[in-house]
Structure formats: structure tokens, C-alpha cells
Design a protein around this ligand. Structure first.
Ligand SMILES: CC(=O)SCCNC(=O)CCNC(=O)[C@H](O)C(C)(C)COP(=O)(O)OP(=O)(O)OC[C@H]1O[C@@H](n2cnc3c(N)ncnc32)[C@H](O)[C@@H]1OP(=O)(O)O
Length: 436
């Protein structure tokens, strides 16, 4: 029972007591004008209310957002202050690109393992609609110099050096800082290197939308997705508007590639949309959960993070992090009942799936004698993935954790892998379990 599990010093497992998210929405739609912080407060506030937990029980909040709000750099602390928690609740923010809420969850787990806390909240939120739109480097420099200038002549000397182009606003790019390549260009690179066909990418996207539609229709999302009522409080948002409920296989072929217009295969339909949303999990040590009268939904069994080069195959994180998490759990891929992989792009997910079954990859890149294993599609993203739900960067990790645990519960228990790639060549994998 105790072997290969994450345990506290008292032998407690780390329990997921609750998990919730907002409906996810495409950029500039339902949450236009709603900052990530408000989305985060919305989901954490609602989760506390549903759990009927005295907010004063929360000892630590670790939260994250990938696209930062300069006016509120510590989103976790703002969530504490904005949701009625004790002002003395510790809170800090983390960033691990698209794996941010895997990281915030890992931080709470580690605090529990160290014996520092026994109740904490982890999660992440992002808005692609409320962005810190900046100015060019030349204009930024001129503005600083203008602030220091004392005379009209000095001011004029600064201003006359500016050109019209220097005044253009600079939105943040979804690109890798050190290579300058966008995530879409990286997916395109991976599609070419691993011979991922356009047809296979489109089929994966169609599968994702179809399964997500079925999941919503069957009412599977109702416990884990709240109804949102964002400012200006005109409408309620009940469902992800990212999902194409009328997805048809032939609708995909018509689209032109976006990131390599001439020779590419990555389109708007086989990429995740730019998305707004938030998610969170409430974690407790097993004995604290029981003492407070909670029946845990599931447990965190193991996790692992990985890092590789950013120039080639940068979004291959699942293929590197999964063997680490499996080894720490004392398991093989075949022991898993579910495999939930973040679908950043169909090409990226398919390239990872290929590498899972490649002995050559295992030998050359992982230093292992055998492949990670072949993915059984009946266990893979069974209720659809990020291609359908979208990807509010920091929110995807805790979406995956909650979705996987809930599906394991519907199946009467078991063990599931959640895994994601992230910018910077990072990878995250977390194994969750539900008692049978
Ligand atoms: C580690 C990581 O996770 S890395 C990933 C990080 N995330 C990203 O990089 C985000 C990637 N995505 C993007 O940048 C954007 O979504 C893009 C550039 C791919 C597309 O953006 P947009 O052009 O604004 O997408 P939009 O939603 O308008 O779709 C474009 C067209 O495709 C169509 N389309 C989209 N999905 C589908 C589909 N499933 N089936 C059929 N048509 C579709 C739309 O209807 C639209 O058609 P229209 O022009 O006739 O209206």
C-alpha cells in the first residue's frame, strides 16, 4: 500500500478533495475584458463555496498565469485577498509555461510532504483577451528618458528620434524567447521531422471535438465546470465555447496551413485555440481530509518534470517526463487505465505518441532499453483534449488532473497519467489514482 506513493512524513497520501474550472472561451469572446486574476478568483471562490470549507482552513495557495498582469504579479496572493481567505494565508505564484498548474500542484504536494501544511489550493488562469500590450524598446527607452528630461530642448531631442513604427503597440508573442519560433512553427517542425500527415492531424482534432461534445452531452462536465457570470454580468457562461459541437471530418481539409503557408500542415483546426479560463484543485493530506469529513476524489501518486533543447522537437515534453513519473510510481504504461495528454497541436501530440512506442527514441534519448509503450486509444483523452477544450495556458494542468480523476471515478477507480509539453522544452507528467 505504501510502496511507490507520494506520502507525507506521517504516511498520508495527498488527496485531491475538489477540482473545478471555469468554462473555457476562445479569445475575445465570453471573457473579453475579464483579466486572468478575475477568472482565478471566480473559480477558487466557487470551489471553496461548493466544498463548504471555512476559507480559514486554507494554509497555502500556489497559483500561476503564463501571460503576466504587470499590475498584479503575484496572482496567488490576490486570489487569497479576493476570496475571503484569512489574510495570513501564505500565497505565491509560479510559472512553468503550459505546465504551470502542474507546477503549482507539485508545490502544494511538496509542502505537504515536508509537513508544512495539510490544506492547500493549486491552479492557474490565463487570459488571451486581456493582455499586457507593451511598447517598442525604442519608445520604452524614450519614455524613461522623457521622465528625466528637464527642459523643452531635451524633450524635443528625445522625441525627434522616434519614428512612426516605434509607436506601434507590442502584444506578447506565443513564441519561444531564445529561438524566436512561435509554438505553431515548432509544431510544424515536429510534423515534418516525424512525418505526421495532415490527415492524421485533422482526424485527431475531429476525434477531440467529437469526444468533448459527447462528454458535455452526457453531463460529464457538470461537476467539474462551474457556471461563470463575468463582468459586466450580462450573461451566464455554462459551456466551453471552444468545442465545435458540429465538427465534421471533411470540414478540416478545407483550411489552409497557418504557420507554413506553402508546405505546412498545421491549421487553425488542428491547433489549440487561444483561450481564456481558469482551474483549481483543493488538496489535503488524507488524514486532514478525513478529519474534516471529506471523501477524497483521488490522490496524487507521482510526478516528474523534464527539460530538453528548444531548437528541435521542443514540444516533446510528455515523452521525457512520462517515464520519470512512471518510474517514481513503480509502474509501466500498460498499468495505466487512462492517459490524458495535453494536445497543444495535433502534430505535437501525434509526434509524442510515436515516440512513446519508439525503441530507438528510448535508447537514444532516454537511455532505456525498451520503449515507453504503445498508447491504447481506448484509454487516450477519452473525453477529448485541448484541441477541443482549448488551452488557457496556466489552467490546463489542473483541468487535466480533475478531468482524469473524475473519469477514473466513473470507471470505478484506477490509475491515470496526465502529461503536457511546455515552452522552454519542458515537460510535465503527474500520475493520479482513485481507490476502487
Ligand atoms: C505547450 C503549448 O501548449 S504550445 C501551444 C500554445 N498555443 C498556441 O500557440 C496557440 C495556437 N493557436 C493560434 O495561434 C490560433 O488559434 C491560430 C493562429 C492557429 C488560429 O487563429 P484564428 O485564425 O484566429 O482562428 P479561428 O478560430 O478564427 O479559425 C480560423 C478558421 O478556421 C476555422 N476552424 C477552426 N477550427 C475548425 C474546425 N475544428 N473545423 C473546421 N473549421 C475550423 C474557423 O471557423 C475559421 O474559419 P473562418 O475564417 O471561415 O471563420
Amino acid at each position: 500500500m505504501t510502496a511507490n506513493k507520494l506520502l507525507t512524513r506521517n504516511g498520508d497520501r495527498i488527496a485531491v478533495v475538489s477540482g473545478l474550472r471555469t468554462p473555457f472561451a476562445k479569445q475575445a469572446t465570453a471573457y473579453h475584458g475579464v483579466p486572468a486574476l478575475d477568472l482565478g478568483k471566480m473559480v477558487v471562490g466557487e470551489m471553496l463555496q461548493r466544498a463548504e470549507l471555512d476559507p480559514k482552513e486554507i494554509q497555502q495557495v500556489v497559483y500561476g498565469q503564463v501571460v503576466q498582469m504587470p499590475e498584479a504579479p503575484n496572482i496567488a496572493r490576490e486570489i487569497v485577498l479576493g476570496t475571503g481567505m484569512d489574510v495570513r494565508t501564505d500565497a505565491y505564484s509560479v510559472s512553468r509555461a503550459c505546465a504551470t498548474s502542474f507546477q503549482s500542484t507539485a508545490n502544494i504536494v511538496e509542502s505537504m510532504m515536508a509537513g508544512h501544511i495539510d490544506v492547500g489550493i493549486a491552479g492557474g488562469a490565463d487570459s488571451s483577451s486581456v493582455l499586457p500590450i507593451g511598447v517598442t524598446k525604442k519608445l520604452a527607452r524614450a519614455l524613461v528618458d522623457l521622465n528625466k528630461a528637464r527642459t523643452f530642448g531635451q524633450r524635443w531631442n528625445i522625441l525627434k528620434k522616434l519614428r512612426i513604427a516605434d509607436l506601434a503597440p507590442q502584444p506578447p508573442a506565443v513564441a519561444e524567447y531564445s529561438t524566436g519560433l512561435s509554438m505553431g512553427q515548432t509544431a510544424e517542425q515536429m510534423a515534418k521531422t516525424h512525418n505526421i500527415s495532415r490527415e492524421d492531424q485533422d482526424a485527431m482534432a475531429h476525434r477531440s471535438h467529437t469526444l468533448a461534445t459527447k462528454a458535455w452531452e452526457a453531463g460529464l462536465m457538470k461537476d467539474e465546470v462551474m457556471t461563470a457570470h463575468p463582468e459586466p454580468f450580462k450573461e451566464f457562461i455554462e459551456m466551453d465555447n471552444t468545442i465545435r459541437t458540429n465538427s465534421t471530418a471533411d470540414g478540416y481539409a478545407k483550411l489552409r496551413p497557418v504557420f507554413d503557408r506553402k508546405h505546412g500542415s498545421v491549421t487553425a483546426a488542428n491547433s489549440t485555440a487561444l483561450t481564456d479560463g481558469a482551474s483549481a484543485v483543493l488538496l489535503m493530506t488524507e488524514s486532514k481530509a478525513k478529519a474534516l469529513g471529506y471523501e477524497p476524489l483521488g490522490y496524487i501518486r507521482s510526478f516528474g518534470f523534464s527539460a530538453i533543447d528548444v531548437w528541435e522537437d521542443m514540444l516533446m515534453g510528455p515523452s521525457y517526463s512520462t517515464p520519470i513519473a512512471l518510474e517514481r510510481a513503480g509502474m509501466n504504461l500498460a498499468d495505466l487505465d487512462l492517459i490524458e495528454m495535453h494536445e497543444a497541436f495535433a502534430a505535437q501530440a501525434l509526434a509524442n505518441m510515436k515516440m512513446f512506442e519508439s525503441k530507438k527514441f528510448a535508447e537514444e534519448k532516454l537511455g532505456r532499453s525498451h520503449a515507453i509503450g504503445e498508447i491504447d486509444m481506448s484509454k487516450f483523452n477519452v473525453n477529448g483534449g485541448s484541441l477541443a477544450y482549448g488551452h488557457p495556458f496556466a489552467a490546463t494542468g489542473t483541468r487535466l488532473i480533475t478531468q482524469t480523476i473524475n473519469e477514473l471515478r466513473r470507471r470505478g477507480g484506477g490509475v491515470g497519467l496526465t502529461t503536457a509539453c511546455a515552452a522552454g522544452g519542458l515537460g510535465a507528467a503527474m500520475i493520479v489514482e482513485v481507490d476502487g
